[in-house]
Design a protein around this ligand. Structure first.
Ligand SMILES: NC(=O)c1ccc[n+]([C@@H]2O[C@H](COP(=O)([O-])OP(=O)(O)OC[C@H]3O[C@@H](n4cnc5c(N)ncnc54)[C@H](O)[C@@H]3O)[C@@H](O)[C@H]2O)c1
Length: 253
């Protein structure tokens, strides 16, 4: 049984992780951390700071906020435990903290914990290779009206996967541009509203045909399941930076 320290325990994803873990027979949340007031009756103690946690844990799962990453990575390194960073929106300095921590402990970092999105990324890479420069690539993402960061971490993961050779530059929305689209662009667009869990579409638009690859998350539970699976998988690994593709490959999927 893998015991989890859950950062962001009272958030929407924190609640889903707590529910998924308690229904599973492979993980248990031993303690939580959150800076907000309780949103439900947690079956584990929740502290307002990582420094106050006295419970034992095998791994930290962070579904809080990108600004928490310093405390999360420092705690992981100090305790010698792995961390699953599932929060999104990290700036370059915060990403450096993640990379630095991964020199000492195993760190799993993914802007999207669903298997389906990671398949979409593989399909989008294949499509971009096959279709070549005759097709314009645009990414549209939709999320609920409480999401803090834009574009989504997933939209950027998709763009980065297509752009591994760095031949494209990213154009975010188009309100500030009054010139026609250029060939070396990937357009990235964000929609926010209601309770949309997460929609991502990659559009390859040619002169005579359009190919669309899309993914729709029906429930946040899919991300909770992915994060708990990642938490169980990363315990005992060598220090390093891991992602969904490492876990998928190692399981022979
Ligand atoms: N990787 C994925 O698959 C995936 C999926 C969904 C959401 N996310 C990301 O996970 C994060 C949380 O999403 P959510 O929808 O649950 O948000 P939320 O706002 O509902 O919950 C975040 C919780 O974290 C707490 N928090 C904020 N700063 C904190 C800190 N410094 N220390 C401890 N707790 C802190 C808040 O009080 C809140 O309860 C976001 O960054 C979101 O983009 C990632």
């Amino acid at each position: 049984m893998t015991s989890i320290l859950l950062c962001g325990a009272f958030g929407r994803m924190g609640k889903n992780v707590a529910d998924f873990a308690s229904a599973s027979n492979k993980a248990v949340v031993s303690a939580g951390v959150d800076v907000s007031a309780p949103t439900y009756d947690a079956a584990f103690p929740v502290f307002s700071s990582l420094d106050d946690v006295t419970e034992q844990f095998d791994v930290i799962v962070d579904f809080s906020h990108h600004t928490a990453v310093r405390q999360v990575t420092e705690t992981a390194v100090a305790k010698g435990v792995p961390a699953v960073i599932a929060a999104t929106g990290h700036d370059d300095a915060e990403k450096d903290l993640i990379r630095k921590a991964s020199l000492s402990v195993p760190v799993f970092y993914s802007g999207n914990m669903s298997l389906g999105i990671n398949l979409l990324i593989d399909l989008a890479k294949t499509a971009a290779r096959t279709l070549g420069s005759d097709f314009d690539i645009e990414i549209v993402e939709e999320h609920h009206n409480r999401k803090a960061d834009a574009p989504s971490g997933t939209a950027l993961m998709i763009a980065d996967a297509i752009n591994s050779d760095e031949r494209f530059r990213y154009v975010y929305d188009r309100h500030s541009s009054s010139s026609p689209r250029k060939k070396d662009e990937i357009g990235i667009h964000s929609v926010r509203g209601g309770n949309i869990v997460g929609e991502h579409e990659v559009i390859f638009a040619g002169e005579s045909e359009v190919i669309r690859i899309s993914h729709s998350a029906a429930s946040r539970m899919v991300f909770a399941e992915g994060a708990v699976n990642a938490a169980c998988w990363i315990v005992g690994k060598e220090p390093g930076l891991y992602g969904m593709s490492d876990m998928i490959r190692s399981r022979g999927i």
